[in-house]
Design a protein around this ligand. Structure first.
Ligand SMILES: Cc1cc2nc3c(=O)[nH]c(=O)nc-3n(C[C@H](O)[C@H](O)[C@H](O)COP(=O)(O)OP(=O)(O)OC[C@H]3O[C@@H](n4cnc5c(N)ncnc54)[C@H](O)[C@@H]3O)c2cc1C
Length: 413
């Protein structure tokens, strides 16, 4: 049996990020991860300026920055005609938001967070430890693993992903399917064909699909993601979203898109699902974080970043309680602050991601014309569509964390 201040289930980016930020504040943490190793798929990840700014505030940015690539432009293009519609100026993000837009390899991020967590001397990471039970005993929490080990602590943070045990137990809600599926892949530079501007992160938008390309690891790799609506899903078939559909859906598009898709890994696709927003992430001495709390469609590229924001908020609010042992009232105070800081903003990311996807994927002639006109004519230095997301958050004295009631007007700026 192990005793610790904070027990975290799940050693993904959310769980390990939270462990790092807690450990840096002198809080003892035990992370239980079901897989034998800490590892993330071999793909890229985008981190908006809201996330890189928070990493600076947490004092961990300088360690991770050498592993990042900082695109100069977020470019928007029509996947059918190839038309270049517009771009966002990432250099200007530094001025506006005090930090850059970054992309990096997922596993590079996870390993850097894990190194940082271990270096604090306060974090223990246990692999091959699938948590099968958890309990809130009022004055402490406990979890049990499939190997029969028991870990106790003062609070439990459930960072066990979209199929979280705690979320299932509390809410039992199903994931929300969309009928879209993603294929991903990275190509080393010696396998690149055609031209690609590594200064850009390019989003190609097409009917019921999109394709994203950006460079990783100093431009030595190209990361690509193709997402499409499955015709088989729409027909109600059980087997849907296969590679045959991928090839079919991207056939005849602008040549760099059609060609690019051939460089994806065909081993598996990821069905695009999210969850409905929750009103609270906490109950007693247990809190949800990351995808367990607010799984989102990836169209704003914020899921992992939002999980890191959760960790930062929890670490700040738990550290404010002092050394402990933390009373029920103190935990309630810290968790209430966490809810107040995180629920509105993460819920808004969930809702806006859905809307953003719908806008990219329009498929009627009129709607495509309108979308392209909107993208082409929008003033790239008018930030009202992005301030709520990339701007300073509530805890930094900014406008982040608008209420759910404000969502409707907020999503359309
Ligand atoms: C195609 C695609 C592209 C994306 N692009 C981006 C992007 O550009 N930027 C971005 O910020 N986000 C992006 N995301 C979202 C991002 O990947 C997720 O939001 C993020 O990985 C969630 O992290 P997490 O730690 O909460 O959950 P997870 O990464 O799912 O980690 C959960 C961990 O818990 C472990 N676990 C589960 N159950 C148990 C148990 N019972 N006991 C112990 N351990 C357990 C799992 O093994 C896993 O390691 C993307 C997602 C997809 C699908």
């Amino acid at each position: 049996m192990t005793d610790t201040q904070v027990v975290i289930t799940g050693g993904g980016i959310g769980g390990i990020g939270a462990a790092l930020m807690l450990g840096r504040r002198g809080i003892s943490v035990t992370v239980l991860e079901r897989d034998p190793e800490l590892t993330e798929g071999g793909f890229g990840l985008q981190l908006g300026p809201n996330i890189t700014r928070m990493l600076k505030r947490e004092g961990v940015f300088d360690e991770i920055a050498p592993l990042m690539v900082f695109p100069k432009r977020l470019a928007f293009r029509n996947a059918t005609t190839g038309a270049f519609l517009n771009y966002l100026d990432c250099d200007d993000f530094e001025r506006r938001y005090g930090s850059r837009y970054a992309v990096m390899h997922r596993n590079d991020l996870l390993q850097a967070l894990a190194r940082g967590a271990r270096a604090t001397g306060n974090v223990t990471i246990i692999n091959s430890a699938k948590v099968t039970e958890f309990a809130d005993h009022g004055d402490h929490v406990s979890v049990r693993t499939d190997a029969g080990a028991e870990v106790t602590g003062q609070v439990l943070l459930a960072a066990d992903g979209i199929h979280s045990l705690v979320r299932r137990t509390w809410h039992g809600d199903a994931v929300v399917p969309t009928g879209y599926v993603a294929y991903r892949g990275t190509l080393p530079e010696d396998r690149l064909t055609g031209e690609f501007d590594f200064n850009d992160l390019t989003l190609w938008m097409g009917p019921g699909l999109h394709f994203i390309q950006y460079g990783l690891r100093d431009g030595h790799e190209l990361n690509q993601v193709a997402v499409f609506r499955s015709p088989a899903y729409e027909r109600g078939e059980e087997d849907w979203g296969g590679v045959d559909e991928l090839s079919e859906r991207f056939q005849g598009l602008f040549p760099p898109v059609e060609e690019g898709v051939k460089g994806l890994s065909m081993v598996r696709g990821w069905p695009m699902v999210d969850r409905e927003p929750l009103e609270t992430y906490v109950r007693g001495r247990v809190a949800l974080l990351g995808d367990a709390a607010h799984a989102t469609l990836q169209y704003l590229a914020q899921g992992a970043g939002q999980s890191l924001l959760d960790g930062s908020s929890l670490a700040t609010n738990l550290a404010a309680l002092g050394d402990g042992p933390w009373s029920d009232d103190e935990v309630a105070r810290a968790f209430a602050a966490y809810d107040a800081e995180r629920v509105p903003q993460a819920s808004r990311v969930q809702a806006t991601s859905r809307f953003w996807g719908e806008m990219w994927h329009v498929d009627t002639v009129g709607a495509v014309m309108l979308r392209d006109h909107l993208f082409a004519t929008i003033d790239r230095y008018d930030y009202k569509l992005y301030d709520w997301l990339y701007g300073p958050a509530l805890e930094e004295g900014g406008a982040g964390g608008a209420s759910l009631d404000a969502l409707e007007t907020a999503t359309v700026g």
